[in-house]
Design a protein around this ligand. Structure first.
Ligand code: CTP
Ligand code: CA
Length: 226
């Protein structure tokens, strides 16, 4: 398969990838999570390794196995993902944030199983830290890539995220499009840079999407250093 024969475009680069969904605890047996499978992040990690990079994945909950030949750090919550990523940020050349991070978490994590009582229950939630924005604000030469899962106004939201979080690229996908989004093996993405649309990739496997994305990143890093 062509996927397994890649030019060593990322030789010597340290790549940090986040994948999967975070889990926000409610009590010892319950949590809030999302539909992320980890497939896109894992495909990126595998492609980066095939291109010669030294790869670390920080993974939340996933429904598939991580690729071989890469370091895997498992985390549960957004807070744990933030800490795991921050600890490795200074030592990374490229950071790709494919994880679906919870935007809110329960204010109170119950230490015992909650018992049912009233007919209605209100869970109070608070915002999690924005990992990508935190990394963007602390950038020291790292090439930072974010994702944007949208259902509408894709370009506008993607560019807003790129600027607000100081990313070098945003990979946007319209999760309402056929063959895109969570838990499938294919994706349809548009890659945005500071100048606007860089490339609109057609429907293709997540593996092929990963290779095309990493080729754009490698080309931009090379241009930066020449
Ligand atoms: N992200 C993050 N930390 C968060 C939320 C999101 O690092 N607490 C990252 C995601 O990993 C992704 C990017 O930010 O790379 C965009 O995530 P997305 O959910 O599309 O954007 P949000 O900024 O959370 O905005 P919204 O959900 O309102 O669209
Ligand atoms: Ca979000």
């Amino acid at each position: 398969e062509a996927f397994f024969r890649q030019e060593q475009k990322l030789a010597g680069k340290k790549v940090l990838v986040t994948a999967g969904g975070t889990m926000e605890r409610i009590d010892p047996v319950r949590y809030i999570t999302n539909d992320s499978s980890g497939k896109m992040g894992f495909a990126i990690a595998e492609a980066a390794r095939l291109m010669g990079a030294d790869v670390t994945i920080v993974a939340g909950r996933t429904s598939v196995q991580p690729p071989g030949g890469v370091k895997v750090v498992r985390v549960e919550s957004a807070q744990q993902m933030l800490e795991a990523v921050q600890a490795r940020y200074g030592d990374s050349d490229i950071v790709i944030k494919a994880a679906a991070v919870a935007d809110y978490r329960p204010v109170h994590v119950h230490s015992r199983k909650m018992k049912k009582s009233d007919d209605k229950l209100v869970l109070e939630l608070e915002k999690t830290a924005d990992i990508l924005a935190t990394l963007g604000a602390a950038k020291q030469g790292q090439f930072l890539v974010g994702f944007a899962a949208e259902t509408d106004q894709v370009e506008q939201y993607a560019m807003d995220k790129l600027n607000r979080k100081h990313c070098d690229l945003i990979v946007a996908n319209d999760v309402s499009a056929d063959g895109a989004g969570f838990n499938v093996d294919t994706n349809v993405v548009q890659v945005y840079g500071p100048e606007g649309l860089v490339e609109a990739l057609p429907l293709m496997s997540k593996r092929e999407t990963a290779v095309r994305l990493l080729a754009i990143i490698a080309a931009r890093m090379e241009r930066r250093h020449s």
